[in-house]
Write a protein that binds this ligand. Structure first.
Ligand code: TYD
Length: 231
């Protein structure tokens, strides 16, 4: 069975990733129902719906890591603790969700992957890229996304959106996942710059979608990149 496609979404909090993942999943499902749906490498019309997952989280253990990582009450986590937790989460997600789905020839849409660790812990927390890439090699083997959609609207609009959303979610659910949103602006600028650096370094894998674009325009660009991959 040919391996499926591994597609990741990256960007700052509030960059609109979640909306875009949902609309891409819908687009893929419609495509699947249509004639000649190009699902898996070398086969047509043969695959089930895409698998959606996210990091941190997406497994039982990962959801607990997520809660620990994102809760504002987790004060004083050392940068290397964050780094190790992210890779612990990722190792579990690869073993439990991602690799089995790819082995079945399915398309996996993953909200964040190692580029997030490079941007947030490598850039934001200033641990640098090297340690992240080395851990990726040791823990994730050679698993690389076939395509990464990197959404980078201007920093100010992402941040404003993420902070509004976190306040709303805290008021509605009592769940506070705002530990990163609360970081200062220089932290987010470093994350943003590291993302751009990754896009420039790996143009074959990363499709960079920049600027203050509307939801539909971003969707069109996402679909164009995915169509090219799965065609
Ligand atoms: P999430 O709710 O997925 O963010 P969003 O919905 O805004 O994309 O929260 C994930 C947070 O965890 C986000 O602030 C980035 C951070 N993070 C890291 O710092 N390192 C990582 O490796 C990953 C995967 C996420």
């Amino acid at each position: 069975m040919p391996r499926g496609f591994f597609i990741t979404f990256e960007g700052l909090d509030g960059s609109g990733k979640s909306t875009q993942i949902r609309s891409l999943a819908e687009w893929l499902e419609n495509l699947h129902e249509g004639p000649g749906a190009p699902w898996t490498r070398g086969t047509k019309n043969s695959g089930p719906a895409p698998v959606l997952t996210r990091q941190p989280g997406g497994t039982a253990a990962g959801d607990r890591i997520r809660a620990l990582m994102l809760d504002s009450r987790s004060a004083g986590l050392a940068p290397k603790t964050e780094l190790a937790l992210m890779f612990a989460d990722r190792a579990q997600a690869i073993a439990e969700v991602i690799q089995p789905a790819l082995d079945q020839g399915r398309i996996v849409l993953c909200d964040r992957f190692t580029d997030s660790t490079e941007a947030y812990q490598g850039g934001g927390r200033e641990l640098g890229s090297e340690i992240v890439l080395e851990l990726h090699r040791l823990i994730c083997g050679d698993l690389q996304p076939d395509l990464t959609l990197m959404l980078l609207p201007p920093l100010e609009s992402s941040l404003a959106r993420a902070r509004r959303r976190n306040e709303r979610s805290l008021a509605q659910t009592g769940r506070d996942e705002g530990r990163f949103e609360r970081e200062h602006d220089e932290f987010h600028l470093r994350v943003w710059e590291k993302y751009r650096e990754i896009a420039v370094r790996e143009p074959a894998r990363v499709t960079l979608i920049e600027g203050d674009l509307g939801i539909d325009e971003v969707h069109d660009r996402v679909v164009a990149a995915v169509a090219k991959l799965v065609a």
